[in-house]
Unconditional design. Structure first.
Length: 269
């Protein structure tokens, strides 16, 4: 694919254009889009025209550009995220109904957790997760679950990065993070209070395939101070095993992944 004078490929520019649309800006005028992606108006006009022909972008009645259904159609075909979501959703609905908590499903995507499903039963809980939204690995309980079970070289890369302090409770010190990851590996879950939103706690468990590395994670978002970890975590771990089985895997029994549940306050917060 031909490159621009700056060395940027056409594919990269197209991805930038498609990524410019977000929940807070689902529709954009052409000039707005040009400013947002920092590309010349003529370049954006040409690329948008081709994307419209393919149905990846469409214009609403006011002339603003939006993602087209064709983009969703192509992304859904053969998508691992789509099959995972389809298998997990009935189990998540049962878990949410039994616990009364907001439940989300995330996968690891680079240095972020990408959320592919979210059930919100309790709107009074501050919950910033959203479908197709991302949170940094160190800023959410799900991300720390992924890192706890990641290969050693991935853990070392994670621990060597400079991590942003998102709240007063965000753990960024490598020595402290090593202790957090060790506890997660031992217990099979992560409970972190206020590490990205002061008012909320995230409790996450891994969803395993046949090996010992998570393919996804389940997370419950609860009001800080109302975690009730000993009651909630076993339900979440059973749900995670049910999702693994629905995907065709045979996960190890929970008892082989954790020794015992510590007291609710023993996991660093």
């Amino acid at each position: 694919m031909a490159n621009s004078t700056s060395g940027e490929s056409v594919i990269h520019r197209v991805v930038r254009i498609l990524a410019a649309f977000a929940d807070e800006a689902p529709a954009l005028q052409l000039r707005e889009l040009s400013r947002k992606v920092d590309l010349p108006l003529s370049t954006v006009h040409r690329l948008v025209g081709e994307l419209e022909i393919e149905g990846l972008l469409v214009r609403d009645p006011s002339g603003r550009l939006r993602h087209g259904h064709r983009l969703w159609e192509l992304a859904s075909r053969g998508s691992r995220a789509a099959s995972l979501r389809e298998s997990a959703l009935p189990v998540m609905e049962d878990l949410a109904a039994h616990t009364g908590h907001n439940i989300s499903l995330g996968v690891l995507e680079g240095t972020d957790v990408l959320y592919i499903e979210r059930l919100a039963l309790n709107e009074s809980v501050v919950n910033i997760t959203r479908i197709a939204g991302r949170l940094p690995v160190h800023g959410c309980s799900g991300g720390l679950v992924f890192m706890a079970f990641a290969p050693e070289e991935d853990q070392e890369r994670f621990l060597s990065r400079r991590l942003e302090k998102l709240t007063d409770a965000t753990v960024t010190d490598p020595h402290e993070l090593r202790k957090v990851l060790a506890i997660i590996r031992q217990t099979g879950y992560c409970s972190m209070a206020g590490i990205i939103v002061d008012e909320s706690s995230g409790i996450s468990v891994p969803i395993f395939a046949d090996g010992d590395q998570p393919l996804a994670c389940l997370t419950a978002i609860v009001t800080r101070g109302q975690e009730n970890v000993p009651a909630l975590v076993p339900q979440m771990q059973m749900a995670a095993r049910a999702i693994s089985r629905r995907l065709g895997y045979n996960p190890a029994p929970v008892g082989t992944l954790r020794r015992s549940l510590p007291a609710p306050n023993s996991t660093p917060a």
